[in-house]
Design a protein around this ligand. Structure first.
Ligand SMILES: *Cc1c(COP(=O)(O)O)cnc(C)c1O
Length: 230
């Protein structure tokens, strides 16, 4: 029977195909995240029933308003800029915070994780293109930040996340891969450099070829965003 969300099924098939091919070339084991901003919960749940097991949330407010309606079988990661005063709202409902870009934010996550009897996995977000419009730590300060965050007992640094500038993306994908590999090689005490979260709808195949093992996909899966939905 035709369904209003059939396009999601078709889109996912295409994405899985391309990820599979890129994965074979790169040798990475790649996880696909569905990025849900502006997407109604019914569409998100449809994707989860098709096998998506990871959701990416940008805005705390939007997440809180949709969370109750979500199928609980998928994990949720925060991928958008997070203010320290909002950590308390999400500390118990997400399995990772990918957008940590300051020691202050890391300390607040650490404090609330301890209070809630857990260890929170995090990624450090790096602003690889040095763009004013984007959050993230500068490439120059990344290693120091990872080192400092890794000393906190109730968070675990699992890798890095980036949004490369859309132009010249190959250069920035390559630079991020180099940074990731050099962090791995430094073997920073307390950190597990396992995850390189890089690649969105327009560059996920290239990102995988540059070592990404977590791609964050919104429009290629759900179609163009309608900001009137939020
Ligand atoms: C919106 C968003 C994505 C997904 O972008 P698309 O181009 O729609 O795939 C990925 N990562 C972050 C951090 C985002 O905000």
């Amino acid at each position: 029977m035709a369904n209003e969300f059939d396009y999601i099924r078709e889109n996912l098939r295409v994405i899985q195909d391309k990820v599979g091919q890129a994965q074979e070339k790169s040798g990475n084991n790649v996880r696909i995240m569905a990025v849900t901003k502006t997407v109604p919960p019914e569409a998100v749940n449809y994707a989860v029933r098709l096998g998506i097991d990871l959701l990416g949330e940008n805005r705390v407010q939007e997440f809180l308003s949709k969370q109750e309606s979500y199928d609980k079988s998928a994990q949720v990661h925060i991928i958008g800029h997070l203010q320290t005063n909002k950590v308390k709202y999400i500390i118990n409902s997400v399995s990772m915070i990918q957008s940590v870009d300051s020691l202050r934010l890391g300390q607040e996550i650490n404090r609330l994780a301890e209070k809630n009897g857990k260890i929170m996995d995090i990624l450090c977000e790096v602003n690889i293109g040095g763009e004013d419009s984007k959050s993230g730590v500068s490439p120059e300060n990344l290693k120091d930040l990872v080192t400092e965050l890794s000393q906190l007992s109730y968070i675990k640094v699992k890798g890095i996340m980036t949004i490369p500038p859309p132009s010249d993306s190959d250069i920035f994908l390559g630079r991020t891969q180099e940074l990731f590999n050099s962090l791995k090689d430094s073997d920073i005490s307390g950190a597990d450099m396992d995850i390189l979260s890089m690649g969105m709808s327009n560059d996920y195949e290239k990102a995988i070829l540059h070592g990404s093992n977590l791609v964050r996909i919104g429009t290629a899966l759900f179609g163009a965003r309608n900001y009137r939905n939020i």
